[in-house]
Design a protein around this ligand. Sequence first.
Ligand SMILES: [Zn+2]
Ligand SMILES: [Zn+2]
Length: 246
Amino acid sequence: MHTHPNPDATETATIQPHPDTHIWLQHIARQEAFVGTTQRGVILLGDISGYTGLITRTELTHAREIMQFIFEAIFESTGKQFLVNEIEGDAIFAYCVEPSDPALLLAETLKQVNDYGHAFYHARQAMVEGRMMKQQAAEEVCSCGACSNIGGLSFKFIIHYGEFGFTQVGPFVKLVGSSVIVAHRLLKNSVPGNSYVLLTNEALEHLPADTRSQFTPLLEKIEHFGDVAIGYRTLDLRAEDAQNHA
Ligand SMILES: [Zn+2]
Ligand SMILES: [Zn+2]
């Protein structure tokens, strides 16, 4: 069980190697096989927000520990179809190279979004409850901006379907191409709220009509790319968790 960040530990906090590090190595090895090729598939960005404006050293250290806990839970819920390329700041960058049936790919993608949302929800709840338990035991509780706002963290997803190339830069396998750029640019968008699933039309096209109709259409202006047609659906993580356990 993860312990609540100790407010006195700001100097000594270190990232411990995770016991399941070999899973990372599998992800790296599978990606190296793609270097030099161009593939078609889904790009999936999962972005956690709610920690903008933290500035003190304690806040930044505790935010990092909280985010590490949450991202480990998210990473572990990555299905066999998906590969995690990187954790970029507050976002997980995963992708899936297309199997023979693009419709299957998008069904798997929505399942992956659900699994990531579920992992995020429970990791966030575990952190919040850890804090509440400390309060009940009358132990000192950290009241920094990061620790007191765990429950306010939100999760959004950007999903794009397209072509991407693979290059190797030192030890890193990088995805390159305009589809990768568009997906990242869409992290800034005009979708209302903080928790949602955003799909580009290229991705939406592969969904069955009844699933597609759950997404509200919108146009995003992206510099150098013009109007990008997307659809979004608001995520109510608490409600969707209740459905998962129904
Ligand atoms: Zn704190
Ligand atoms: Zn659940």
